[in-house]
Ligand binder design. Structure first.
Ligand code: CO
Length: 152
């Protein structure tokens, strides 16, 4: 495992769309390992492929309930709305309020290639939406009404 270099806003790779993972092989699993290590080392709650320069549909999330790995994730249902603060490892020091669905249903593959579906609510739903946006080249700064830096 290795900590990868984080791509920072202004890097054009962050605005590119990612490709579907067709074959979940050792290389993909090794990238997922590195993504988790990089996320934890940076004290983030989520990380998407483009943030380490990988244009593949790969996401890791840990909002405090353990590591979730998502391969080729998509949101297949959504309901309600919530407004809350978001930050991003690729946008250091900046936060902004973003409107997201309150509840979503996500479909994704695991390392074995099995498709799974799960429901996410509240902050977990927010994290899933934020990371899946990364796979479409969207950063939260384009959705936030204004950005702010936290007071010391
Ligand atoms: Co982000």
């Amino acid at each position: 495992m290795a900590i990868r270099e984080l791509r920072i806003i202004g890097d054009e790779i962050l605005s590119k769309k990612t490709r579907t993972v067709e074959q979940i092989d050792e290389r993909i699993c090794s990238i997922l390992d590195d993504m988790a290590e990089t996320m934890y080392a940076s004290e983030g709650v989520g990380l998407a492929g483009p943030q380490i320069g990988i244009l593949r549909k790969l996401v890791v999330i840990d909002v405090g309930q353990g590591l979730v790995e998502l391969i080729n994730p998509e949101i297949i249902e959504q309901s309600g709305e919530q407004i809350g603060s978001e930050g991003c490892l690729s946008v250091p020091g900046k936060y902004g309020d973003v409107k997201r669905p309150q509840k979503i249903k996500v479909r994704a593959q695991n390392r074995k290639g099995e498709w799974m579906e799960f429901t996410a609510e509240d902050f977990f739903a927010r994290a899933c939406c934020h990371e899946i946006d990364h796979l479409n080249g969207i950063l939260f700064v384009s959705l936030a009404s204004e950005l702010y830096e936290p007071e010391e």
